[in-house]
Write a protein that binds this ligand. Structure first.
Ligand SMILES: [Zn+2]
Length: 1006
C-alpha cells in the first residue's frame, strides 16, 4: 500500500486509526457517509484490493487535485497509412511520426522521476518495441514497473464502437493485451479503458470492457446535449450497467466523460503542433507570463471542478500525434506544476500533479464516489455522428476476412501440423493483426482517406497467403489426402476461376459453428450439366441458374446444391460435368415475365413471398407455420446528400449523414423482374435501374427470405451526392419504437426522437434517428415481428411507424469538413457493392430463436475450399476422409463457440458463449442456463488442464479483481465461491466464459 492511501485517510486494507469524516475543501462537495461505513463496505467486498495502483502519486486530501495526464493519440491509419504514421512519412499530409514520439517520450521520462505518460495503441508500440536495443527495452521495463509509463486500453487499436462486431473487438483487445502481458507482466496490464476518439459509445463495448477486467473507462466524444445534461446533473462520472442479462457487477463499468474531449484546456498546448506560448518565468522578459498563466490555470481548474463530484479532476495534456518533441510539453508542464503548487503557500487549495487515468480513477474510487446516475444509466449514442460511420467504406465493408476464424479453429484442431506441413509454413497471425487493425475507429468506420483504405485492404490480402498455407496443411492432415487447394476469395461476387473452368473438382465446405448446418452451396461454373456427389458418393440434387447475358456486371451460371455440414467440421462433395443428354442434369432457364395479372409468388414449406403485379416489388410475406401474413413493401430510395443549407453549412460526408430533404426519392417506382423456379431455389430478379438490382430468394427449408442487393456505381453526373437505402414498409403499429443490436450482441430499444437519459431537442430528423446496425434491426407490434439481418454493419432506422430502413451505399461529392478532407467518392473497388438482407417474419415470442441462430450463421458462414482432385495420400495412407467433425457431439443451440484458437505450445484459447439474452426466448426455452461437459467435447485433442480467465485471457479468473463502486442500487450481490469443474461448465444468458486449455492432440485416425 503506497503513501497515497495514508495521505487520503482511506484504509484499503484496514488501519486501526482510520476514522473521521471525509472532508472537502469546497462547499460544492456533497455530504458523504462516515468513512467507517465505507471501510466496512470495502472490507466486505470479496477480493477488493488495490492491485496495480501502488505506484500512483500522492494527492493532497484537502485540496483540489488536478491530475495532468500527458498522452498522445495515434490513429492506426487515418489521413496517412499505418506505416506512414509510424515512420513519419508524408508529413506534408499530416505531421506525424510515432517512432519519434516514443523515442522522445522515453528520454523525457528519464529526465525527471515525477513525469508520467500513457500509451495506448499497441499496433504502434509493439512495432517500436521490436526495433529497440536490449538496453532500451530494460529502461522501458523499469519505467513501466514504476508506473511512469502506463498503458491505457492496450488494444491493438482503439476500436470503433459503431461498426464493429463483438467478436472482432474481443480479438483485437486480446491481441494487444497479450503483447503487454508477455512483455511486462502485471506491471503492464492496463487498468483503464480509454476510448477518447471513437464517435459514440455502445453499451456492449462497456459490457465487454467490464468483462475484460477493466476498473474504469474514459471517453471523450458524446452528444453535446447529453454532455450538457450530465454536466448540470453532476453525472459526468457514473457506473454504466452494460448488460440487462449479466448479473451485476459483471458488466458494470465505471465510466467518466473527459472534460475537453481528449485535448488540453485552451491556451495550454505545448506541443510542436501547437502555437500556445510557453511558460516564461524571467520577469525581465517582455514575454513574462507566469502570473497570467497561473491565474488562468486556477480559474480553469476551479470551473471544471464544478461539474465533477470529488476533489480530483483530470486534464488530458496532449492530442493527435503529439509529443514528437516531448521536451516541449514536459518542460512547460514541469514549470506549470511547480508554479501552481507554489501558490499553496499563499492560500491556494489547488494541487497540480503528473498523473495517469488509472491513478485518477484510483482517487475516485478511494473517495467512494457514489454514482448518482444510477446503474441503469445507458449512455446515449451520438447518433448523428455514429450512424453514417456504420456504413463505412463499402470497399472495406465487403472485404471478406473469411480466412481468419476458420484458420484459427483448424490450427487449434490440428495442432502444430497445421503450421508446418506439406504446403510449407503457415500461420494465422498476420491476418489476425490485419483484422485487428481494421477495427480501428478510422478504418472500419469509413473515415480514413481512400489511399489508407486501400492500404488496409493490402494488409488483409498480405495476411491471406500464410493463412491459406495453414488451411491447406490442416485440411490435408484431416482429410488424409494432399490436394491442390484453391481458395476463391471473390466467391461472394460469383468469381472462382477453378469452378468456372474445371470439368470436375472437389468442394470442401468447412462449418465453423458448433452445430450442424445445412447450407446451399452456389458456385459459378461454365455452362453445361453437372453431377454432384455427397461425401458418401451418392448423387445429390443440384440445379443451375443462368443469368441473361445482358446483365451487368456479367454473371456466370451458378451451380446449386445443398450441403449437410457437421459441427465444427467439413464435408467434401465432388462435382463433375456430364454429357448434357443425361436426364437428371437439367438446367432450368429463367422465365421472363413481361406482364402478369395476379401476384407472383415464391415459396417453400415455411415462407411465401408475394410481388405486386403492377410494380414487381415485394408486397407481402407469409409465415406458413405461424399463419402470419404481413404486407411488406420493399424497395430502394436515395437521400440527396446535403452540401450545406441556410440552416447549417454542414455537408453530408464520411462522418456526417445529413440529407437535404426528409423524404427520400425512389430509385424507381417499379422493377423489371424475372422469375426462377427450380427444385432447389425460387428467385425473383428485380432490376430497378442500371445501377440498382436485387434477387429475392427462398431455398427449401429456409425460414427467412433472402434479399441480395447490388448497388453501384452510384451515378453522380447530376452533381447530387446520393445515400441509398433499402426500405421495408409495413402496417405494423410500432409506436415509434424499433430495435437494433449492440455490436452484434444484446438488443437495444430505440425510440424515434427520444433519448432515454435526457429530453432531446431533435435538430436532424433523419440522422438523429439513425443507429448502428451491426447484425440486425427489427420492428414489432407486440404480436408480430419483422427482423432484418445484415451481412455487414450499416446505419438503420424506423423513421415512421411500421417502417424499417438500412443504408446500403453512399457516394458524396463534398467533404464534410470533419478532418478527412476527401469526399466519399468510393471509386475503384468500393464503387459497386453486393450484400444481403435476411428477412424473418415471426411472432414476437418466437422471433429471438430465429434471429439469434441465423445471425450466428451469417457472421460465421461456411467456408468453401476447392480442389481440382487427383491428390495424393498424406498421413493416413487410406482413402481420403470426406467428412469430419471437431466435436464429439454438437453444442446446444444456445451455445456459440466464440473462439477456438492456438495460444502457445500445447495450449488453446477457448471461449464459449450463451447467445440468448435473459427471458428472450420462451418458446424453446433457449434463454435457460446451459451446462456443458468440456472433458470429452473435442475429437482431435484431450484437455489435460483447464484454467478460466477474464474475457481477454490476461488474468486468471480466480485471481482477477476489479475495483468496487458504491452505487445507488446498493452493494453488489454476494458472489458464490468460484470453482471450476471442466465436466460442469454452466453458461448463464449472455455469458461468455474464456478458458486456457492445456491439450494433447490425438493421432488423426478417424
Ligand atoms: Zn482517432
Amino acid at each position: 500500500m503506497g503513501a497515497y492511501a495514508r495521505a487520503s485517510g482511506v484504509c484499503a486494507r484496514g488501519c486501526p486509526d482510520a476514522a473521521g469524516p471525509w472532508t472537502f475543501s469546497r462547499a460544492l462537495r456533497p455530504q458523504l457517509l462516515p468513512l467507517c461505513f465505507f471501510l466496512l463496505l470495502w472490507l466486505a467486498a470479496p477480493g477488493a484490493r488495490a492491485g496495480g495502483y501502488e505506484t500512483c502519486p500522492t494527492v493532497q486530501p484537502n485540496m483540489l487535485n488536478v491530475h495532468l495526464v500527458p498522452h498522445t493519440h495515434d490513429d492506426v491509419g487515418w489521413l496517412k497509412t499505418v506505416d506512414q504514421y509510424f515512420y513519419g512519412i508524408k508529413n506534408d499530409i499530416q505531421h506525424a511520426g510515432v517512432q519519434y514520439i516514443l523515442d522522445s517520450v522515453i528520454s523525457a521520462l528519464l529526465e525527471d522521476p515525477t513525469r508520467r505518460f500513457i500509451y495506448v495503441e499497441i499496433a504502434f508500440f509493439s512495432r517500436w518495441w521490436h526495433q529497440q536495443t536490449n538496453a532500451t527495452q530494460e529502461v522501458v521495463r523499469d519505467l513501466v514497473r514504476q508506473g511512469r509509463l502506463e498503458f491505457a486500453n492496450g488494444g491493438w487499436v482503439m476500436n470503433d464502437e459503431a461498426a464493429t462486431h463483438y467478436g472482432a473487438i474481443v480479438d483485437q483487445m486480446t491481441l494487444g493485451l497479450r503483447f503487454l502481458e508477455d512483455t511486462f507482466g502485471n506491471d503492464g496490464r492496463p487498468r483503464v479503458a480509454w476510448h477518447i476518439d471513437p464517435f459514440g459509445h455502445s453499451r456492449e463495448q462497456a459490457s465487454l470492457f467490464a468483462q475484460m477486467g477493466f476498473d474504469g473507462f474514459f471517453f471523450g466524444r458524446l452528444d453535446y446535449q447529453d454532455k450538457w445534461v450530465r454536466m448540470q446533473k453532476l453525472e459526468m462520472e457514473q457506473v454504466w450497467r452494460g448488460s440487462a442479462s449479466l448479473k451485476p457487477p459483471t458488466a458494470d463499468l465505471f465510466t467518466g466523460v473527459l472534460p475537453n474531449g481528449y485535448n488540453p484546456p485552451r491556451n495550454l498546448c505545448w506541443d510542436v503542433l501547437c502555437v500556445d506560448p510557453p511558460v516564461v518565468e524571467d520577469p525581465q522578459s517582455p514575454e513574462y507570463n507566469v502570473k497570467e498563466l497561473v491565474d488562468y490555470f486556477l480559474n480553469v481548474a476551479t470551473a471544471q471542478s464544478r461539474y465533477y463530484l470529488t476533489n480530483n479532476i483530470v486534464m488530458t495534456m496532449g492530442s493527435d500525434f503529439q509529443y514528437e518533441n516531448a521536451n516541449m510539453w514536459f518542460k512547460n508542464l514541469d514549470k506549470l506544476i511547480r508554479l501552481v503548487n507554489a501558490q499553496q503557500a499563499k492560500g491556494s487549495s489547488v494541487h497540480a500533479l503528473y498523473s495517469t487515468p488509472a491513478c485518477y480513477l484510483w482517487e475516485l474510487n478511494k473517495a467512494n464516489l457514489t454514482c448518482l446516475g444510477g446503474l441503469a444509466c445507458p449512455v446515449g449514442h451520438d447518433s448523428a455522428l455514429n450512424a453514417p460511420a456504420a456504413v463505412g467504406h463499402s470497399g472495406l465493408a465487403t472485404f471478406p476476412g473469411a480466412c481468419s476464424p476458420e484458420a484459427r479453429q483448424l490450427e487449434a484442431l490440428v495442432g502444430p501440423a497445421a503450421n508446418v506441413g506439406p504446403y510449407g509454413s503457415g500461420e494465422s497471425a498476420p491476418l489476425n493483426e490485419a483484422m485487428a487493425v481494421l477495427q480501428h475507429h478510422d478504418a472500419v468506420s469509413g473515415t480514413s482517406r481512400q489511399h489508407v483504405a486501400d492500404d488496409y485492404a493490402r494488409q488483409l490480402a498480405a495476411g491471406w497467403g500464410p493463412c491459406e498455407v495453414l488451411l491447406s496443411n490442416a485440411l490435408a492432415r484431416l482429410r488424409g489426402f494432399k490436394e491442390h487447394f484453391a481458395f476463391c476469395r471473390q466467391l461472394n461476387i460469383s468469381i472462382c476461376p477453378l469452378s468456372q473452368t474445371a470439368a470436375r473438382f472437389l468442394v470442401t465446405i468447412y462449418n465453423p459453428l458448433g452445430r450442424k448446418v445445412n447450407w446451399m452451396v452456389r458456385l459459378p461454373v461454365s455452362e453445361g450439366v453437372f453431377v454432384v456427389k455427397d461425401p458418401n458418393g451418392r448423387t445429390v440434387p443440384s440445379d443451375m441458374v443462368i443469368f441473361p447475358s445482358s446483365d451487368r456486371p456479367v454473371h456466370p451460371p451458378e451451380l446449386l446444391f445443398s450441403a449437410s455440414l457437421p459441427a465444427l467440421g467439413f464435408s467434401t462433395y465432388s462435382v463433375a460435368q456430364v454429357p448434357s443428354w443425361k436426364p437428371q442434369a437439367r438446367a432450368p432457364q429463367p422465365i421472363l415475365r413481361r406482364s402478369w395479372s395476379h401476384p407472383l409468388t415464391i415459396e417453400n414449406e415455411h415462407i411465401q413471398a408475394m410481388f405486386d403485379p403492377d410494380t414487381g416489388l415485394l408486397m407481402e410475406i407469409v409465415n406458413k407455420n405461424q399463419q402470419l401474413r404481413l404486407p411488406v413493401h420493399q424497395t430502394f430510395f436515395w437521400y440527396n446528400a446535403s452540401i450545406g443549407d441556410n440552416k447549417s453549412a454542414q455537408a453530408s460526408g464520411a462522418y456526417i449523414f445529413r440529407p437535404n430533404q426528409q423524404e427520400p426519392l425512389p430509385v424507381s417506382r417499379w422493377a423489371q423482374i424475372r422469375l426462377v423456379k427450380t427444385a432447389l431455389v425460387q428467385e425473383v430478379h428485380q432490376k430497378f435501374s442500371a445501377w440498382c438490382s436485387q434477387v429475392i430468394r427462398l431455398y427449401p427449408g429456409q425460414q427467412h427470405v433472402e434479399l441480395e442487393w447490388s448497388v453501384g456505381p452510384i451515378p453522380v453526373g447530376d452533381t447530387w451526392g446520393k445515400e441509398v437505402i433499402s426500405r421495408f414498409d409495413t402496417p405494423l403499429e410500432t409506436k415509434g419504437r424499433f430495435y437494433t443490436d449492440s455490436n452484434g450482441r444484446e438488443i437495444l430499444e430505440r425510440r424515434r426522437d427520444y433519448r432515454p437519459t435526457w429530453k432531446l431537442n431533435q435538430t436532424e430528423p433523419m440522422a438523429g434517428n439513425y443507429y448502428p446496425v451491426n447484425t440486425r434491426i427489427y420492428i414489432t407490434d407486440g404480436n408480430m415481428q419483422l427482423t432484418v439481418l445484415t451481412d455487414r454493419s450499416q446505419g438503420g432506422s424506423s423513421l415512421r411507424d411500421g417502417s424499417l430502413e438500412l443504408m446500403v451505399h453512399r457516394r458524396l461529392l463534398k467533404d464534410d469538413g470533419r478532418g478527412v478532407s476527401e469526399p466519399l467518392m468510393e471509386n475503384g473497388s468500393g464503387s459497386w457493392v453486393r450484400g444481403r438482407h435476411l428477412v424473418l417474419l415471426d411472432t414476437a415470442q418466437a422471433a429471438a430463436a430465429g434471429h439469434r441462430l441465423l445471425a450466428e450463421q451469417e457472421v460465421l458462414a461456411p467456408q468453401v475450399v476447392l480442389a481440382a482432385g487427383g491428390g495424393a495420400p498424406y498421413n493416413l495412407g487410406a482413402a481420403p476422409r470426406t467428412q469430419f467433425s471437431g466435436l464429439r457431439s454438437e453444442l446446444p443451440p444456445s451455445v456459440h463457440l466464440l473462439t477456438l484458437a492456438s495460444w502457445g505450445p500445447e495450449m488453446l484459447l477457448l471461449r464459449l458463449e450463451h447467445q440468448f439474452a435473459l427471458g428472450e426466448d420462451s418458446g424453446r426455452n433457449l434463454s435457460a442456463p446451459v451446462t456443458l461437459n468440456l472433458r470429452d467435447l473435442f475429437s482431435t485433442f484431450t484437455i489435460t488442464r483447464l484454467q478460466e480467465t477474464t474475457l481477454v485471457a490476461n488474468q486468471l479468473r480466480e485471481a482477477a479483481s476489479r475495483l468496487k463502486w458504491t452505487t445507488n442500487t446498493g452493494p453488489a450481490p454476494h458472489q458464490t465461491p468460484y470453482q471450476l469443474d471442466p465436466a460442469n461448465i454452466t453458461l448463464q444468458p449472455m455469458e461468455i466464459r474464456t478458458f486456457l486449455a492445456s491439450v494433447q492432440w490425438k493421432e488423426v485416425d478417424g
